[in-house]
Write a protein that binds this ligand. Structure first.
Ligand code: GLU
Length: 470
């Protein structure tokens, strides 16, 4: 039993399980596993009513085999030192799994965002950024935050503005944080990226015939029953893309409760309903329940936990009816529960693979900032002209004209959003193939272990080729 294990210890348990399949020097494994640095900060906040409050915050850099360190900043009451260390470690492995050249980092501020006004959140964000700058825990080549639970492009805009104002001559200052608004150096498609990446990952998994056969499922997403826990940025987009591709969203849950309709919720209507009423509760036509955790145990094919860690535990693991658990959140299934679910033949699509779409598109944003130009700016028109010429050559050879509208559509060069989405798709597809290959060549280990094996082997090669520091 390991329910006493902290979040970071649970991540390390996965690490050790995977490392046992590899012949890597124990000292090197120790180095890969360790969290390199943690910065703990407390600072005062002047509340709107004039009173003063102390805010507690952290930033962890788990690894530096590649720089900068990369990972989101979370605003939640669950934040503590162990949590940021665990999440930073997951970032290290996640980046390695999808071949994104970063070390792993994560930050957190221990606040319940519902208790603060927007100006208060702005003051907290700017002060936190200032503290990171002071100790060299942020910078385009040092450590690059991004959104996470409780933060969004709004906070990223405050971060880049604060950072820029402290070093106005730094040409690459925009690359100090990703997930920014597009007007502030963000890249098209970053907001949806984690959810879209989850969709690509699930689509890959359900396309493998032999795996689906073992689970008693048909291949493809069409008609698959899906439950999504958490309709935040990640859960909402994952649900939307799965729904658009023919999956049936039978239940969703939010802080206020659970909605269930075994014949499938009308997803678009539900989202408009939530926008209007501020809640998912009592959505017409569906069964509405007060307990958000019920959603995890209702019947479905694919369960997508997209909220916080430690949701599927030893207590409820036996009640999970899903055949596939798709970890859109970081660490939603505990180590004990992972073992239980695997014993029952449930497939877990691990977080360090499945939710890597966010950091993948963050990488594209960072590259865009460093090159100081929109992705595809130089090629779009060239590509369009080339395609038009090819089509005209075909027209001449055939001796007949195509519809000019068809020509325009076929010849169109790629926009930034097309490049981002195709880069994301390629990344998720290739990483899944890599993990599946490892699974096959390592006695059919589970996908989490395979993903960890993939990450550890790549990081070990990095360290070996770097040479260990004296
Ligand atoms: N917070 C996201 C994650 O957990 C994104 C990190 C990033 O883009 O750097 O993967």
């Amino acid at each position: 039993m390991s329910s006493h294990l902290s979040f970071f210890e649970q991540v390390n348990r996965y690490f050790e399980q995977a490392a046992s399949y590899l012949k890597i020097e124990p000292g090197l494994l120790q180095q890969i596993k360790s969290c390199n640095s943690v910065y703990r900060i407390s600072f005062p906040l002047r509340r709107d009513d004039g009173s003063m409050q102390v805010i507690h915050a952290w930033r962890a850099e788990h690894s530096h085999h590649k720089t900068p360190a990369k990972g989101g900043i979370r605003y939640a009451m669950s934040v503590n030192e162990d949590e940021v260390m665990a999440l930073a470690a997951l970032m290290t492995y996640k980046c390695a799994v999808v071949n994104v050249p970063y070390g792993g980092g994560k930050g957190g501020v221990k606040i319940d965002t519902r208790e603060y006004s927007i100006p208060e959140i702005e003051r907290i964000t700017r002060r936190y950024t200032f503290e990171l700058v002071r100790k060299n825990f942020i910078g385009p080549g040092i450590d690059v935050p991004a959104p996470d639970y409780g933060t969004s492009k709004r906070e990223m805009a405050w971060i880049v503005d604060t950072y820029r104002s402290l070093g106005p001559n730094d040409l690459s200052a925009e690359a100090c944080v990703t997930g920014k608004p597009v007007t502030q150096g963000g890249v098209a498609g970053r907001t949806e990226a984690t959810g879209r990446g989850c969709f690509f990952g699930i689509r890959e998994a359900v396309s493998v015939k032999e795996d689906m056969k073992k689970l008693g499922l048909d291949t493809g997403l069409d008609g698959k029953k899906v439950i999504v826990q958490g309709l935040g940025n990640v859960g909402y987009h994952a649900a939307k893309f799965l729904h658009d591709e023919g999956a049936m969203i039978v239940a969703v849950s939010e802080i206020e409760g659970t909605l269930y309709d075994e014949s499938g919720l009308d997803f678009e209507k539900l989202i408009s309903y939530r926008t209007e009423t501020g809640s998912i509760k009592d959505f017409p036509g569906a069964k509405s329940m007060d307990d958000p955790s019920v959603a995890l145990t209702l019947p479905c094919d694919i369960l997508v936990p997209a909220a916080l860690e430690n949701q599927i535990t030893i207590e409820n693991a036996d009640q999970i009816q899903a055949k596939i658990v798709a970890e859109a959140a970081n660490g939603p299934v505990t180590a004990d529960a992972t073992q239980k679910l695997h014993e029952r033949g449930v497939m877990i699509l691990p977080d360090i693979y499945l939710n890597a779409g966010g950091v993948t598109v963050s990488y594209f944003e960072w590259l865009r900032n460093l090159q100081h130009a929109k992705l595809g700016l130089m090629d779009k028109r060239f590509e369009e002209n080339t395609n038009t010429k090819i089509l005209q050559t075909v027209e001449n050879a055939l001796g007949k004209k195509f519809d000019p509208k068809v020509i325009a559509k076929v010849a169109q060069g790629a926009d930034e959003i097309d490049l981002v989405n195709s880069g994301l798709e390629e990344t998720m597809v290739v990483a899944y193939q890599e993990i599946r290959e490892i699974q096959k060549s390592h006695k059919n280990v589970d996908l989490r272990t395979a993903a960890f094996i993939s990450a550890i082997s790549k990081i070990a090669v990095d360290y070996e080729e770097l040479g260990i520091f004296p």
